[in-house]
Design a protein around this ligand. Structure first.
Ligand SMILES: [Fe+2]
Length: 380
């Protein structure tokens, strides 16, 4: 039987707050450290190095890794972790280059959501910019559920194949990621802000607000079988948004910020009136989501709202009929899977400069299936 590698695949560098979270998925018990600028970073809990987790996570300040331009992962299989010793395999190290998102004239972002298990075609589509990619955004529902570990780790798998650990990523969760046994372990498997999946990201000239809507139906829906408590989470998230709106030092107000984008799997300004015989199950949280939209409009003034969920590739203007709660910026819906016949996956290639975001919807062969140009408003 072939020997299992210690790392499932190489690391993925995710941006959260002002840090990178370097995520290393592993196949077996291992002690791992990441070295940046001669400083070692460990995956530990209150000082105890973790060796038994499926994904080891390392928080590194952005400025450190941006300045270093590379990092080294040192990994060592744990054979027997005992009370008074630890038998380990040979230490192996691998160095990865890293390209910081610099404040240059044009930025290249690729956004994909709703792959729903389509791996190969999603990797091909997300590779559109090749070496020019500055940031990869995987915006939820990359798998159709998290019944297995492989499904839960698919976003990292795709992110590594596209970036090879050398380009920053933002990875959010969608509603389908919340189904199945492994969903309850997502904070150990995905980037988060101390367990919360809504947070700010300040990276180069970009400020991103990552929102987490949880599921798309009310918590008492029969499909969840009593496992959902998303209303509670959304109330906490409302408090977070209020604090953000009232914080004079919030990241989006920093002078270096040129772009303020929201990244959210679900477009909260759209009341989804689909009715698969269930009395509009997707039209939820009207009061709360209206409050979120008002908070965004009054404080953050986003220039673009990046969403998925609807399996479309389109841009909504401010006056589009879908903008029912009156969000004061355009919306990009980027993620359309094609499961039948010629399997495919459409995402959006964004070229962003001071004035505009040029959007190309592209597929696995990098064919352009539509273009849009969004004017980016300025000022907070
Ligand atoms: Fe979705």
């Amino acid at each position: 039987m072939p020997k299992k590698r210690i790392m499932r695949h190489g690391p993925v560098v995710c941006a959260v707050g002002c840090d990178y979270q370097i995520l290393v998925p592993v196949n077996c018990d291992a002690l791992i450290k990441v070295i940046v600028n001669d400083k070692s970073y460990f995956c530990h809990q209150n000082g105890i190095r973790r060796s038994d987790c499926a994904v080891q996570q390392f928080a590194v300040p952005m400025r450190e890794l941006d300045q270093a331009g590379s990092y080294t992962v040192v990994y060592q299989k744990v054979i027997d972790r005992r009370a008074y010793s630890c038998r380990k395999g040979k230490a192996v190290s691998k160095t990865f280059t890293f390209k910081a998102l610099k404040d240059k004239k044009e930025l290249h972002l690729y956004v994909m959501s709703d792959c729903h298990g389509i791996r190969k075609e999603a990797i091909e589509a997300c590779s559109y910019f090749q070496d020019e990619l500055d940031l990869l955004i995987l915006n939820g529902d990359v798998s159709s559920s998290c019944e297995t570990l492989d499904q839960a780790l698919l976003p990292l798998d795709i992110a590594y194949e596209v970036t090879k650990g050398s380009v920053p990523c933002v990875i959010t969760r969608g509603n389908h990621d919340l189904r199945g046994d492994f969903a309850q372990h997502l904070t150990d498997l995905m980037p988060s802000n101390h367990g919360r999946m809504y947070y700010q990201v300040s990276i180069g000239p970009l400020w991103l607000l990552v929102l987490d809507c949880g599921e798309d139906k009310n918590d008492d829906h029969r499909e969840y079988g009593g496992t959902a408590a998303f209303h509670e989470m959304r109330l906490e998230e409302t408090d977070f948004l209020k604090r953000l709106a009232n914080d004079p030092y919030a990241g989006f107000r920093a002078p270096a910020v040129r772009y303020r984008f929201v990244v959210s799997h679900v477009p909260v300004h759209f009341r989804n009136k689909d009715d698969p015989g269930d009395h509009f199950p997707f039209d939820i949280e009207n009061e709360l989501y209206t409050e979120w939209v008002d908070l965004l409009n009054c404080s953050v003034h986003p220039q673009l709202y990046i969403a998925g969920h609807l399996h479309r590739k389109e841009v909504w203007t401010v006056d589009a009929e879908h903008n029912e709660r009156g969000l004061a910026c355009p919306t990009l819906i980027a993620g359309k899977p094609v499961h039948h016949g010629n399997r495919n996956c459409f995402g959006a290639a964004l070229t962003v400069n001071d004035e505009t975001a040029e959007i190309r919807f592209t597929d696995k062969r990098h064919r352009i299936a539509g273009t849009e140009t969004i004017k980016l408003g300025r000022g907070v």
